[in-house]
Design a protein around this ligand. Structure first.
Ligand code: 26V
Length: 811
């Protein structure tokens, strides 16, 4: 965008005067942040209007990306970068005696997501806008995002996340976009004036959805602006003045409170099924409001709903928006008068679904009674979808057990993944391995009848945020070496391969990592007081805390080193620092105990300076997008150690790689493709492969045999009973070898332990050879282009959405 420093300054002064009646001399950093953000929001709006006009003119097909989570992080820095206005604002603020970096710190993270799924959705919005595909994202405007994590006495405590005061400035309230969503009540059939049989939902409760739009600009001259629409739930009826006047304040407020509950909090759960009625209401609220809004716009433009599949793609990101299928059916039939067959044809040609997990507990299932009570009309439609589907497969004489596996309604449960597969045009997994696994396991029966439905789109990350903005030193070295085109053509990073034996370049890569480590250590010291040794190897594992991700395996390895050093404190080893960042769902007790274990181990090490010099552990409190942006550029080892077959893709593996960290990982998710790109010599792979996991499982995996026969493992597990910093972890030792209520060590930490420590040993030896290590880092950076979300989006556009870019007349 073309704006001079002076023009920018005028705009900021104007906002300060209008909103705060203040001059820069008297303004505080919060007021400056708000004024700057409001200026940027106006500029985005202006850009969006130009872009919207182009889309409407060309009547392009648009993608509507429905997702219960968007892990946006901070917006100001990203928006300035994408608009090309960072320098102008930097200069302007300097003139006002403020630093732009200081102002960035005033913004809270918009943590409207749990983990990988939500961050992926945000990366996709960036790429959609940059590549200029017409797109809109839809989610809820949760008043409280993912909880703020505090560590108190080494344990996780969940506090409400108040992100709105600083996040609200990005939203444009759209009073013209208000839709009513119905819950409960009963379904009634009636005949309309023409004698046609119709259906309506009566006596239910209604809640209004109010739109708040956030503009997301793409990067570069040809970029567009995507809109992320966040729905707020609000009472659809007028305030109960009667009760209020009679002094019954509680009753007067009740209806409002109940309605608002729907967009109050994000469920702090990841891969953990929560059969909560409120969650079901949230999911329906999202899809109903989004589809009503879409159909209204569609009718305005095209006058008929019949060409919907030519002009709109509805993408269900995981099963959470699965109700889009029966809701679209309802709207097309009940509101627009289409027959079942017409509506079904349109629905299946419009909706697509991405699966993000094979973990059984994360495959959403609703209790049939709850479903019927909360959404009677949607229930009736879902039953009919199921009935017709079952009839069609019965007609093909399919095996009864196979049919049962595919039913949407079975054993008093409503299975959302089955609904998604039956009602979608395409279904994709998120890495090559994962897309094969879903065809072989959870969707194997469907794959037999719809082989063309299944496809793969490997995940990606926006390299503009995760490399260019968060690692400016590395970005400028790359620009120096291959020019700036990789900003929008990430595949050009491969041009770095020609420097693979260039000593000067390799040294620079090493120096940049060192400088980033030093910066990170300073940042941590300043913000937490923890002292990191930048001369040690930074080895990082950051992701939601879950058994299958095996943070525990990492801890077992560290305890093993700790025991070695306790035996022999003079042992000559290269110093290592293990950094963890993870939140655990509040109800997931075992995961919370692992957080406690990491923190206790860290605390014990702090008391022993001799050990700390060689082996340190740090737990990052309240790990979020902003913390990741600080930490990833400083990390040297990327721990991606899930049990093979369990991690759908992973995306931190991609963020680390593009910042020159080397992966220590299993052949799981996208690690497989990362390994293929960089070659075996530039990654440290260990552990069981997916088929071996299956085999070990079928053979009756028994971890206690490993414990009894391997002295190292025995010692480590026994040490958990003694504990750290005064806290025993016998429960975790039991989990590993006794199991108590389930199979011991269900994610096979003990079976992979030996190979893991061997790979870590090889890695340590390689690290000692600086030239070799820097070369590995360079190859990882050079091969990361394919893991840009620009590539993922291009794949979706071509293979799933059939979407064209908006044409921009080059200036
Ligand atoms: C499930 C549930 C169940 C109900 C309560 C709330 C809730 C929230 C999230 C989930 C499923 C989360 C699935 C997920 O995040 N999968 C991750 O998706 C990433 C992006 O594709 C991928 O890289 C990770 O491997 C995968 O674990």
């Amino acid at each position: 965008m073309n704006k001079t420093t002076n023009e920018v300054q005028e705009l900021v002064l104007d906002k300060l005067a209008r909103y705060f009646a203040i001059t820069p001399e008297r303004a505080n950093e919060d007021q400056i942040y708000k004024a700057v953000a409001l200026v940027v929001r106006d500029l985005l709006l202006q850009k969006k209007q130009e872009n919207n006009a182009r889309i409407a003119e060309g009547k392009y097909k648009r993608v509507y990306y429905l997702c219960m989570e968007f892990l946006i992080g901070r917006s100001l820095k990203n928006n300035l970068f994408n608009l090309g206005l960072t320098e102008q604002f930097d200069e302007c603020l300097k003139k006002m005696n403020f630093s732009l970096d200081g102002i960035f710190e005033r913004e809270s993270d918009a943590g409207l997501g749990n983990g990988g799924l939500g961050r992926l959705a945000s990366c996709f919005m960036d790429s959609l806008a940059t590549l200029n595909y017409p797109a809109m994202g839809f989610t809820l405007r949760y008043q409280y995002g993912l909880f703020r994590q505090r560590i108190v006495d080494n344990q996780q405590v969940e506090l409400p996340d108040m992100w709105l005061p600083s996040g609200e400035v990005w939203m444009m309230p759209r009073s013209d976009k208000r839709f009513t969503v119905n819950f409960g009540g009963r379904v009634e059939e009636y005949h309309d004036a023409n004698g046609k049989m119709c259906v309506r939902n009566l006596d239910g409760d209604s809640v209004d959805a109010l739109a708040n739009d956030v503009m997301i600009s793409g990067y570069g001259d040809n970029a567009g602006v995507s809109v992320l629409r966040l729905w707020t739930a609000t009472s659809s009826t007028q305030f109960d003045m009667r009760s209020f006047s009679q002094g019954d304040y509680e009753k007067a407020m009740q209806r409002e409170n109940e309605a608002e509950l729907i967009s109050k909090v994000l469920y702090p759960s990841d891969d953990h099924s929560q059969g909560k009625q409120l969650r079901l209401q949230q999911e329906y609220f999202l899809v109903s409001a989004s589809l009503q809004s879409r159909l209204k716009d569609h009718l305005r433009l095209y006058k008929s709903v019949k060409n919907l599949p030519d002009k709109a793609v509805i993408h269900a990101n995981d099963t959470h928006p699965a109700l889009a299928i029966p809701e679209l059916m309802r709207l097309l039939m009940d509101e627009h008068g289409l027959s079942w067959d017409e509506a079904w044809d349109i629905t299946v040609r419009t909706v697509n679904y991405t699966n993000h997990t094979v973990m059984a507990e994360a495959l959403e299932k609703w209790d049939e009674n709850t479903f019927r009570n909360v959404l009677p009309r949607i229930y009736a439609i879902t039953c009919e979808i199921n009935r017709r589907f079952v009839a069609s497969v019965e007609a093909q004489h399919l095996d009864g057990r196979k049919i049962d596996a595919m039913r949407i309604l079975n054993n008093n449960q409503v299975k959302m993944a089955n609904l998604c597969v039956i009602g979608s045009q395409k279904v994709n997994g998120v890495s090559a391995l994962h897309s094969e696994i879903i065809k072989d396991t959870i969707f194997s029966e469907f794959n037999e009848i719809y082989p063309d439905k299944f496809t793969n789109v490997t995940n990606g990350i926006t390299h503009r945020r995760w490399l260019i903005q968060s690692n400016p030193r590395l970005a400028s070295l790359i620009t120096e070496l291959i020019g700036p085109d990789f900003y929008t053509k990430p595949e050009q990073l491969s041009g770095l391969m020609k420097f693979v034996s260039d000593k000067t370049v390799l040294d620079k890569i090493g120096d940049i990592k060192q400088a980033n480590k030093k910066d990170y250590a300073d940042y941590v010291k300043k913000t937490t007081g923890f002292v990191l040794n930048p001369e040690s190897r930074f080895d990082t594992q950051i992701k939601r805390l879950h058994e299958y991700k095996r943070q525990l395996l990492n801890v077992l390895k560290i305890v093993h080193y700790y025991l070695e050093l306790s035996d022999n404190p003079e042992k000559n080893v290269a110093p290592q620092t293990f950094i963890f960042g993870a939140k655990a769902a509040g109800s997931y007790m075992h995961a919370k105990r692992i957080i406690q274990l990491i923190n206790c181990l860290s605390q014990e090490i702090q008391k022993n300076p001799k050990i700390k010099k060689k082996l340190d552990v740090m737990f990052v409190e309240n790990y979020n997008v902003t913390q990741a942006e600080h930490l990833i550029p400083a990390s040297e080892v990327s721990e991606q150690i899930s049990l093979a077959g369990k991690e759908a893709s992973g995306t931190s593996n991609m963020k680390f790689m593009i910042n020159g960290a080397v992966t220590l990982g299993t052949l799981d998710g996208a690690n497989v493709e990362i390994g293929e790109r960089v070659g075996d010599e530039n990654i440290f792979i260990f552990g069981l492969k997916t088929e071996e996991v299956e085999r070990a499982w079928r053979a009756g995996y028994n971890s206690s045999t490993i414990y009894t026969h391997n002295d190292e493992i025995k010692r480590v597990v026994d040490r958990l009973r003694v504990g750290f910093a005064g806290e025993s972890f016998s429960d975790i030792a039991d989990y590993l070898i006794a199991g108590n209520y389930q199979v011991a060590d269900p994610y096979m930490c003990l079976l992979d332990f030996e190979d893991y420590t061997k790979a870590a040993q090889r890695m340590g030896e390689t690290y000692a050879d600086k030239k070799k290590w820097n070369k590995m880092a360079l190859v990882n950076i050079a091969q990361a282009g394919i893991f840009s979300s620009d590539r993922s989006i291009a794949d979706y556009a071509k293979n799933i959405w059939n979407l064209k870019k908006v044409k921009v007349n080059s200036k």
